[in-house]
Design a protein around this ligand. Sequence first.
Ligand code: AMP
Length: 208
Amino acid sequence: MTAATTHARFLIVGPQGSGKGTQGVVVASAFGIPQVATGDIFRANVAGGTELGKRVQAIIEAGDLVPDELTSELVRDRLSQPDAASGFLLDGYPRNRGQVADLDAFLGSRGEQLDAVIELAVPRAESIARLRQRAIEQGRTDDTEEVISNRLAIYERETAPILDDYRARDLVVRIDGVGSLDEVTARIFEALAVRGFAAAHPGTPATA
Ligand code: AMP
């Protein structure tokens, strides 16, 4: 019998359209940890017309980054909730080196650190094709052509470099993100298992 991993502090990183949101939900559920997706939290606040939502709406619609201070505070609050005490899966944060420093400081103050960074590698052309498809299906306001290319440019300029930093810490598990949802999920579980992270419920269906 394999004991479930007692703590799992994961980050999933990939360009927009890499499927990280979907895979993040599956991994989080299999490990019994909350998925903390900053984009989802911001969108929910915009939809709910909260103060935060009003502050970030224009930024999100342009595909720009919300200021680090605001984003990091939001994440600190979320990770301080009891359900994140023994693990979490971050999706969409940190997104630049400033946010990496903020997260390091926060986790360090609790004697914690990230356990693994899942990199979903997807070629640019594939990301763009998937984002166009999602724009048609979901009609997200930040999925227009212009915003898509802005978001991908920001990813390449600001987010990709954080992978080098995490690679230097030997935290990165690089996954080929091209394939069916289930194939990619299987690759993630396999790679995490190699690192000693066994999900309690790896068979969790990808589509709920
Ligand atoms: P996402 O769904 O992760 O692509 O996030 C949607 C939008 O929310 C982004 O284009 C940003 O405007 C904002 N956002 C999400 N996460 C962050 C972050 N870590 N830092 C700054 N802005 C963010």
